[in-house]
Design a protein around this ligand. Structure first.
Ligand code: PHE
Length: 337
């Protein structure tokens, strides 16, 4: 019996089951009632007790092996079935790729224009104190110019507010650094304004500050001209308009010609065709003093521009609210494929 057993073990081991037919055959030859294994088990019963232990072990091994062979076929059949469920002709599902927000894009563009001429980056907090946002910028308490910028104050402490402009960063930077100074400061600002196609209670500015010896108004004009050309191209029409800011003297505003063809153009430009993009001027000596810079030695200019306005002009967007609504139909237009 030993010999027969060893031979069967060998045979089972060498059997390869590829198909269902093979499996049925295998089952019939080895595992059916009239199969070899049953024969062997019958023979086993008749063995003297002394041999049973060893032969029994081998016999069990053989059974496990034979059943294992059958199972392995079933497994591979199952995976084949799974695979056949996959439709290779189906179009692939692409990952959704996000896009940089148009405001961030334009902000980066502006930063790189100024980086080229030696400006560094400096940022300040959005929650500001009265001193940095107003007083140090020549707007003491009760100064009427404060009304120009309707402010969100923090109720529990009237000294704390949401900054109304990025000019507060000028003060912070000048206090910590000595001239020459060349920085731009991008960031979010807040004003208590009614929301419309032209205004929002949250918007973004980029502040510029240039302090050195003998800086003049013509340096400022040259810098602004360089900026406008780099962003809008040489053909764009611009104008400098005299203006007033408490922290610059003299002051000006820069307008860009948007056009007056459609009704929307009238609405957006209040019927003038021009859109203001920035305020600027020579830093007031008082402001330099407030930030511990000697105005008899140094002078400089500052400018502050609205990133929304510039983005509207660049991409012909006629409603500022679109920037804040996160409407994918709007944002997807700025996706780079
Ligand atoms: N801070 C001014 C504003 O928000 C803009 C400005 C900046 C004007 C710097 C002059 C100089 O309107």
């Amino acid at each position: 019996m030993q010999e027969k057993l060893n031979k069967t073990i060998n045979d089972v081991n060498n059997t390869i089951i590829h198909s269902n037919e093979d499996a049925i055959n295998f089952q019939k030859v080895y595992l059916s009632k009239k199969g070899i294994l049953n024969d062997l088990f019958n023979e086993f019963k008749a063995l003297p007790n002394s041999e049973k232990k060893e032969v029994g072990k081998l016999l069990n091994q053989l059974k496990v092996m034979a059943l294992g062979k059958l199972k392995s076929l079933q497994k591979s059949e199952n995976t084949k079935k799974e695979q056949s469920k996959i439709d290779l002709t189906m179009p692939a599902i692409y990952d959704q790729v996000g896009a940089t927000h148009p405001l961030t894009k334009v902000q980066d563009q502006i930063i790189s224009v100024f980086k080229k001429v030696g400006f560094g980056l400096s940022e300040g907090p959005e929650i500001e104190d009265d001193w940095h946002n107003f007083s140090a910028l020549n707007m003491p308490k009760d100064h009427p110019a404060r009304d120009m910028q309707d402010t969100f104050f923090i109720k529990i402490d009237p000294d704390v507010l949401l900054r109304t402009h990025t000019s507060s960063v000028q003060i912070r930077y000048m206090k910590e650094n000595t001239p020459p100074i060349r920085i731009i400061s991008p960031g979010r600002v807040y004003r208590k304004e009614d929301i419309s196609s032209r205004a929002h209670c949250i918007f973004h500015q980029i502040e510029g500050l240039y302090i050195d010896k003998d800086v003049s108004f013509s340096d400022l004009k040259k810098m602004i001209a360089y900026f406008v050309e780099s962003i809008f191209g040489k053909e764009v029409k611009t104008r400098f308009r005299p203006s007033f800011f408490p922290f610059t003297e003299p002051s000006a505003e820069v307008d860009i010609y948007w056009g007056l063809k459609t009704e929307t153009d009238y609405r957006i430009t209040k019927g003038t065709g021009w859109l203001e993009i920035m305020g600027c001027g020579m830093v007031d000596p008082n402001v330099l003093e407030n930030a511990n810079i000697d105005p008899t030695k140094f002078s400089g200019f500052a400018f502050g521009m609205g990133i929304e306005r510039i983005t509207m002009l660049l991409h012909q967007i006629d409603d500022l609210r679109l920037f804040f609504e996160n409407d994918l139909r709007f944002l997807k237009q700025f996706q780079v494929n």
